[in-house]
Design a protein. Structure first.
Length: 567
């Protein structure tokens, strides 16, 4: 319980300066024989000031062994034991101090608050009553007495104390609310309601009275009345985030969406809602919305603006942008989050996956390398770093990082197969066909159901003109299982092309383009097949279509310029 009721009773408190609080009674003078006591007392005080609590306690205990009649020593020990969290010992010492000097209000006050904290309300009442009898105008003590009376079940007496305080200092909303709470606890609902309504007439704009009315009517299931006062509350207290939040919910149920979003925005911008509550609200809305309403984005922007130094705020904005289809904006927000807090692995993972999906291998290479420094035991990061190294033609580095990352894979055959597949890609880039074949065979042995591994192996065998019968067998398997997958269809055509079966290859390239007319590789391969069948005009046209659909290589440009096929 707070020791002070901040209601600006400064004048009243100044008028109580004539009390006997802290009066020290005359004591017998000290003699030279008391030196050990004096020495221990001074040492104890020095240690207390220096924060050396245990040493201070030892010195004051020496004092007690010499003399048991000095209340100041017991008071000092009470304070020190309280610092250590020893409330029982502290209580014992303060009671001893009070027994020696029962009229010292310092000790009575300490006892009163101590009894209250220990939930010994009968003794707390007695102590506060004694204090109030000494200083009848001390509002802090009167308030403490009223609280102790309420806790002790003496509701009528508590109300009388509030009335006495009100008589001294005038009406105040707090007194009305306290009386309301007592009346509610005793089951006098109508009287409690009337207490608040009377207070509302006296203090028509007081947020505490209006807020209590809102709570009262909601608890009594009188929602219409509660909603009326809730609208008054946000006018009286515009910064009340919880009130705005409650209104947003009401407006949403009424389908008054403009008002709902306005109130939600006010709640998110308020200072009395903590950041975790705000984040939970925004996350809940995002996760429950198949499509993010456009009205939410200014609210999220404002939240990030106010909490720009919090990584999670940027992460939430990233989630909103990603769900709305703005992957570029989402990536910027996620990276902003990481610039604030690099320890957030889920955000790292999101960034790396998005860079992989966007085929931004330069960024993926740099970011996965930075991520590995923070999380060196996560296999998937090594895999992504290895993939990016391969795509950037850093094949030797790819072999090293993939080999190292494979050591992190435990009891996950498909994941290990991915590593071997990427090792196969690295060795293919290094023109080491033997290691390429060995790696891909290990990959397929670990994950024999992976159509992608079989397709990639077939394609690399065809491109390196190695074991074309095995390549065709693999290509036939995947096109049988996935007859509409354009990449697999193109691979089967490429294997046939390398076997010299140009007419048959042409059919598979055309099937691939029926499945996906934007497949630039299939367009280029189609042109190659046309050229081998002596149809130069269609060959050049197909190569130009490949370029039109995104293919970009000097070899393709040379084919178009020279109207000739090049390996």
């Amino acid at each position: 319980m707070n020791k002070f009721l901040h209601i600006l009773f400064i004048g009243l408190m100044l008028s109580s300066c004539g009390s006997n609080k802290g009066i020290v009674k005359n004591k017998a003078p000290m003699s030279q024989a008391d030196y050990p006591y004096i020495d221990a007392f001074h040492k104890g005080m020095q240690y207390k000031v220096q924060g050396r609590v245990d040493e201070a306690i030892l010195e004051f205990e020496k004092c007690i062994r010499i003399k048991q009649t000095d209340d100041a020593v017991y008071y000092a020990l009470a304070k020190l034991e309280l610092e250590l969290g020893n409330s029982d010992k502290s209580a014992e010492y303060i009671m001893r101090a009070n027994a020696i000097d029962p009229d010292n209000t310092w000790y009575v006050e300490e006892l009163a608050y101590m009894y209250f904290e220990l939930e010994d309300y009968p003794n707390a009442v007695k102590s506060f009553q004694k204090l109030v009898s000494i200083e009848p105008k001390n509002i802090d003590w009167m308030y403490g007495l009223s609280e102790a009376l309420m806790k002790n079940g003496q509701d009528k007496d508590a109300i009388q104390v509030f009335n006495n305080m009100e008589a001294q200092v005038g009406s105040h909303p707090h007194f009305a609310i306290q009386r309301y709470q007592i009346l509610m606890r005793t089951g006098k609902v109508n009287e409690a309601e009337q207490e608040l309504l009377n207070a509302k007439k006296k203090f028509p704009q007081d947020p505490s009275i209006i807020g209590t009315l809102v709570d009262h009517y909601f608890r009594q299931k009188q929602n219409d009345k509660a909603e009326i006062f809730l609208e008054e509350l946000v006018e009286a207290d515009p910064g009340n985030g919880r009130a705005h939040l409650a209104l947003a919910d009401i407006y949403q149920r009424r389908n008054e969406l403009d008002k709902a979003y306005k109130s939600l925005g006010m709640a998110i911008a308020s200072e009395d809602l903590d950041i975790d509550t705000k984040m939970n609200i925004l996350i809940s809305i995002q996760e429950s919305s198949p499509e993010i309403p456009m009205e939410m984005f200014p609210i999220v922007d404002r939240f990030v603006e106010v909490n720009g130094d919090n990584a999670k705020s940027h992460s939430i904005k990233g989630d909103y942008l990603l769900q709305s289809g703005d992957s570029e904006g989402a990536l910027i927000s996620y990276k902003q989050a990481l610039s604030i807090d690099k320890s957030l692995y889920p955000i790292w993972n999101q960034v790396l996956v998005m860079e992989y999906q966007n085929e931004d291998f330069e960024s993926l290479y740099q970011d996965s390398k930075a991520c590995l420094e923070l999380f060196p035991s996560i296999a998937s990061i090594y895999l992504l770093n290895g993939i990016s190294a391969n795509r950037l033609e850093n094949y030797n580095e790819g072999v090293d990082i993939l080999s190292l990352g494979m050591e992190m894979v435990v009891n996950d055959p498909p994941m290990k197969a991915e590593f071997y597949g990427q090792l196969g890609e690295a060795y293919f880039g290094m023109n080491d066909n033997a290691e390429m074949i060995s790696s891909y065979k290990k990959a397929i042995a670990l994950d024999p159901q992976s159509a992608l591994l079989k397709n990639n192996f077939a394609r690399r065998l065809a491109s390196s003109k190695q074991d074309l019968d095995l390549a065709l067998s693999l290509a036939e398997q995947v096109t049988t299982d996935f007859p509409e997958e354009n990449i697999f269809l193109d691979t089967r055509g490429w294997v046939l092309f390398q076997k010299g079966e140009y007419q048959e290859a042409l059919k598979w390239f055309e099937k691939a383009l029926v499945s996906n007319s934007k497949n630039s590789a299939a367009w280029e391969h189609l042109g190659d097949a046309f050229y081998k069948l002596n149809n130069v005009q269609d060959a050049v046209q197909s190569w130009e279509d490949a370029k039109l659909n995104g293919a970009n290589s000097k070899l393709l440009d040379k084919k178009i310029a020279d109207k000739k096929f090049y390996e």
